[in-house]
Ligand binder design. Structure first.
Ligand code: ARG
Length: 260
């Protein structure tokens, strides 16, 4: 009899343990450590996201906005710096949770690969040239010229199309915006196709050696934050946080801080 009782007690104990773990009774539902969301970006895009003098700390408008939205929505975030054309693949392969990178949500097939939130900034492309350039607009470029921009971006797409159409000799697409500016100053390229607010930030400290020419061109851009396809809950938090930042004045303060 005793042996049967022992077997019954052990069996009941196993059933109870299994039931506890499968209904999250093991504390999985009340996980103490909140998930840290990985915000991926490409930090040579001042004043949206950039680093200075070899320091790994990422600063900028998108950084401040993400931190403000995270605080408002009770999210924990960390920033991960990578090449721009790796950002959407990072979401697709679960190597990132949010893209905050001045990314135009209307461009190409991006919206098929990630879910974009509400627009937080608008922009257009501009042509940046050396101060002594005789170019007066993007329409003046000639087939012997080279124009630089960043790989994977709307600017990069634009210069590669000019090359394909025979309008320029080469669309030079580089990993970092800083390399594009360097090639302009070295005379390796005759212009840089860049987002207007980013070119303005560069000119703030380089107006002696560079200038904008002509009017904005290309498709009008709407920058938005993005999440992994289907993560509706997180996207709604980002949109709600953005709305709160616009309502409480934080958005305007950050625009003044980074774009005045
Ligand atoms: N607005 C352009 C695009 O969406 C350029 C974005 C570049 N952003 C960056 N962090 N490098 O393609």
């Amino acid at each position: 009899m005793k042996k049967k009782t022992l077997v019954l007690v052990l069996a009941l104990a196993m059933v109870f343990t299994f039931a506890l773990s499968s209904c999250g009774g093991g504390g999985s539902a009340e996980k103490d450590e909140e998930q840290v969301l990985r915000v991926v970006t490409e930090a040579t895009f001042a004043p949206f996201e950039f680093t200075e003098d070899g320091d790994d700390e990422i600063k900028g408008f998108d950084v401040d906005m993400m931190n403000a939205i995270a605080e408002d929505q009770g999210l924990k975030i960390e920033f991960i710096n990578m090449e721009f054309d790796s950002l959407i693949p990072a979401l697709e392969s679960d190597q990132g949770d949010i893209i905050a990178a001045g990314m135009n949500k209307l461009a190409g097939d991006r919206a098929e690969k990630a879910d974009f939130g509400d627009t937080y900034f608008e922009s257009d492309l501009m042509l940046l040239v050396k101060s002594d350039s005789t170019l007066t607009s993007i329409d003046d470029v000639t087939p012997d010229m080279k124009l630089a921009s960043q790989i994977g971006t709307t600017g990069g797409e634009y210069v590669q199309t000019l090359e394909k159409d025979g309008k320029i000799a080469q669309g030079v697409v580089l990993n970092q915006w800083t390399d594009s500016y360097m090639q302009l100053q070295n005379g390796d390229v005759q212009g840089v196709v860049v987002d207007k607010p980013v070119g303005e930030a560069y000119l703030n400290s380089h107006s002696d050696i560079a200038k904008f020419v002509g009017e904005p061109f290309g498709d009008h851009e709407e920058f938005a934050y993005a999440v992994q396809k289907g993560n509706t809950e997180l996207l709604e938090k980002l949109n709600t946080g953005l709305a709160h930042m616009k309502e409480n004045g934080t958005y305007d303060e950050l625009v003044d801080k980074w774009f005045s």
